[in-house]
Ligand binder design. Structure first.
Ligand SMILES: Cc1cc2nc3c(=O)[nH]c(=O)nc-3n(C[C@H](O)[C@H](O)[C@H](O)COP(=O)(O)OP(=O)(O)OC[C@H]3O[C@@H](n4cnc5c(N)ncnc54)[C@H](O)[C@@H]3O)c2cc1C
Length: 484
């Protein structure tokens, strides 16, 4: 479904359209589409394809089922096959004392949630949010763990690591105010003992413009990050787990988890699996099976834009860095696929996200509807950055070669956490149930420490032994406080 600016008003529920929109018990307006499907579950048909999913249509892992029949029991059942579910499975299977059987159950194709739909930018939020959280999250270690995995296993996933002075990941402040806030965050992080010697800091606007190639840049912080093909990474992780005995069941949505300690029942339309250990790796969709997380993990659609750069930014002039470009209205996360084809991907909470939010908020069905493509207001914001700051649009007759092309935009559903950090650990009051969800628009690097840590806890480690920050732990007190 492509959305143009003029369509938005037309698609809002018209006044008096009671025939097509009904109120549910919360007073929310429910469209016909919402009434036809369970809107807390992944969209079962019509979902759009990200660039990643488009490039792996012939991979048999997409619809893999290890056994024709769904197993009736397992020692561990993991729900969700994104980076969280697949890495938790592999961590358990590679441990000294692996479970005798693990089933990963996935509602749709392998890795067709947020992991298969993001912009492929793995940028640990090391110091940017420091003043807000007053805590370093070991972000650097997470990125190192991800890169080490890819290198150790020689994973074919277009990995690029920005580490040097000429090619790194740039945080670019586009206004004086943002430059000042960034400087404060950076100073607080440094004063608290945060490691900063690897971060290149440019606070002089002319130098910031030159380094970033962005007209109007006010300050630049250059540090480590990486970009990759996230689906191919998960496919590698899952294949390793399959080699160690994992049973993967795609196209099997879990409708309910019932039972009690020692005997949880995982309900699907292909049968029931009984297990003592359940792992919820369902991210944005966690609320369906864990009602205690409803409202505090909010499914929130985001767009990623694929842009073919103009000739003036191709070949030897291609972008050398990945970016987080910060404006007061939101940021652009930019992955120029340096180890791939040089196509530039834009993600992030781009300016004009508010229009997407308005569109989504007018019908609850849209919160988990990832059929949306080419949402024009977000593409307009990307076009504005290209035109005004990268200065991509050629002056007619003055530039050789191809012009920029704003080619395609796809959607994915982010699991937005009410307090900004994920929920990891034992599900309160449900012994044997575990979760790792609510990763917001980050997570790709961080999950490389969170999922192995969750696996250790499932096998008996305490929270403090995992080294994860305390604010990530899911506790009854935290859930109660956030639910208000
Ligand atoms: C558009 C977009 C851009 C992003 N950009 C970035 C970025 O640049 N950098 C970054 O680090 N992060 C980014 N993120 C966030 C990142 O992708 C996520 O934090 C991360 O992928 C979460 O991984 P996950 O495995 O926990 O969740 P997911 O990948 O969403 O996996 C959850 C899986 O559970 C399955 N599932 C859900 N409910 C059920 C059920 N009832 N039964 C069976 N299966 C079920 C889903 O189908 C899905 O496959 C972005 C996300 C989006 C959507």
């Amino acid at each position: 479904m492509t959305i143009k600016v003029d369509d938005i008003a037309a698609t809002l529920p018209p006044v008096g359209a009671e025939g097509t929109y009904k109120s549910d018990s919360n007073g929310e307006v429910r469209s016909e589409a919402a009434q036809k499907r369970n809107i807390d579950l992944p969209l079962p048909e019509g979902q759009c394809l990200s660039l990643w999913l488009q490039t792996v249509r012939n991979n048999p892992l997409l619809d893999h089922r290890t056994t024709e029949e769904l197993p009736s029991q397992a020692e561990v059942v993991i729900i969700g096959s994104g980076i969280t579910g697949s890495l938790t499975a592999l961590s358990l299977l590679q441990s000294a004392n692996p479970p005798s059987s693990i089933v990963v159950v996935e509602a749709r194709e392998l890795c067709s949630g947020a992991t298969g739909r993001n912009a492929g930018h793995c940028k640990p939020d090391q110091w940017r949010g420091f003043t807000k959280y007053k805590q370093a999250f070991g972000a650097e270690q997470s990125l190192k763990a991800l890169v080490a995995y890819v290198r150790k296993h020689n994973v074919d996933c277009d990995l690029w690591v920005g580490k040097t002075v000429c090619a790194s990941s740039l945080d670019v402040a586009m206004t004086r105010e943002i430059a000042e806030v960034s400087a404060k965050n950076f100073a607080d992080y440094k004063a608290a003992g945060g490691k900063v010697d690897h971060i290149e800091v440019i606070t002089e606007p002319a130098a910031a413009e030159k380094r970033s190639r962005l007209k109007g840049a006010q300050a630049v912080y250059a540090w480590d990050a990486s970009t990759l093909h996230p689906w191919k990474l998960v496919a590698n992780v899952i294949q390793k787990a399959l080699d160690l005995g994992l049973n993967l069941q795609t196209w099997t949505p879990v409708s309910a988890v019932t039972g009690s300690e020692g005997k949880w029942e995982i309900h699907t339309d292909r049968g029931v699996i009984t297990t003592p250990i359940v792992v919820h790796a369902t991210n944005a969709y966690a609320g369906h099976l864990l009602p205690e997380t409803k409202g505090i993990i909010r499914p929130t659609p985001h767009m990623c834009n694929k842009v073919l750069p103009p000739a003036s930014f191709a070949g030897s002039k291609a972008l050398q860095n990945s970016y987080a470009v910060m404006f007061p209205e939101g940021l652009y996360s930019i992955n120029p696929r340096r180890a791939g084809d040089g196509i530039v991907l834009f993600g992030g909470s781009a300016p004009n996200q508010k229009f997407l939010n308005e569109y989504v908020n007018s019908d609850p069905e849209r919160k988990t509807n990832d059929s949306l493509i080419n949402f024009e207001p977000v593409t307009d914001a990307v076009r504005k950055l290209g035109t005004e700051h990268f200065q991509w649009d050629p002056v007619p007759g003055q530039s050789k070669g191809n012009a920029v092309r704003y080619d395609y935009a796809w959607s994915g559903i982010i699991g937005r956490s009410a307090d900004g950090v994920p929920y990891i650990g034992k599900v309160p009051g449900k012994p044997g149930q575990w979760m790792c969800a609510g990763h917001n628009g980050h997570g790709m690097a961080r999950i490389f420490t969170c999922a192995p840590a969750l696996a250790k806890m499932i096998q008996g480690a305490s929270w403090s032994e995992t080294g994860l920050p305390e604010c990530f732990e899911v506790t009854k007190e935290r859930l109660d406080r956030l639910r208000g």
